[in-house]
Design a protein around this ligand. Structure first.
Ligand code: ATP
Ligand code: MG
Length: 191
């Protein structure tokens, strides 16, 4: 299996679709958000630094994030055929670094899957998730900041992937099953 980068705004379903893909194709899963939340929960130095950014809706600085990603990637066991990057890269600098990091290991980015969901749906999902998971950054004020950061720093990356020739965009039309079906078809066509 090719590596997969799953890309989209906060609440677009990156984690949800990643789980489905990972199970179906026996892939590895790297969620940078989950890595950072685990560090915060364990009270590590990294977690302490991360919290200052996350609770404010900001991105963790690129240098730090790139180091974390390379370390987690190298720790993945070899038993599966490809890895899903969920929540990384989020800036052009991260994307360039990922491409180089993989090239040094003789690997490639594979394909990028973009989840396009309207902002009203995103906000409703995140507020619902707040009630279930209680994430500190899922409150209306911080969500708005995260949307702004997404538009400024992350959205321009779509074009970068387009130029790399690996961008595949999927638009939310109200059905998770339909979305999943389209994504599975594309993955199978690309592999
Ligand atoms: P989704 O709901 O689709 O899973 P999300 O954007 O709500 O996505 P995470 O991907 O879990 O949530 O990220 C949570 C926070 O962790 C981000 O707002 C950011 O502060 C930090 N973070 C995660 N990945 C990165 C990254 N690649 N670069 C910088 N900061 C990151
Ligand atoms: Mg997530």
């Amino acid at each position: 299996m090719k590596n997969i980068i799953i890309f989209g705004a906060p609440g677009s379903g990156k984690g949800t679709y990643s789980e489905e893909i990972v199970t179906r194709y026996n892939m590895g899963h790297i969620s940078t958000g989950d890595v950072l939340r685990a560090e915060m929960k364990n009270g590590t130095e990294l977690g302490r630094i991360a919290r200052q950014y996350i609770d404010n809706g900001q991105l963790i600085p690129d240098d730090l994030m790139i180091d974390i990603l390379a370390k987690v990637y190298d720790e993945q066991e070899g038993g599966h055929s490809g890895v899903i990057f969920d929540g990384f890269p989020r800036t052009i600098a991260q994307a360039e670094a990922l491409k180089q990091m993989l090239a040094r290991r003789g690997h490639t980015m594979g394909m990028m899957i973009e989840l396009d969901v309207d902002e009203e749906t995103l906000m409703a999902r995140l507020l619902r998730r707040a009630e279930i998971e209680g994430r500190a950054d899922d409150n209306e004020e911080t969500i708005k900041k995260r949307f702004a950061v997404y538009h400024q720093q992350t959205e321009p990356l779509a074009k970068w992937f387009e130029q790399e020739g690996i961008r595949h965009a999927f638009t939310w039309k109200g059905s998770k099953e339909q979305m999943l079906q389209e994504i599975f078809e594309k993955i199978e066509k690309e592999n």
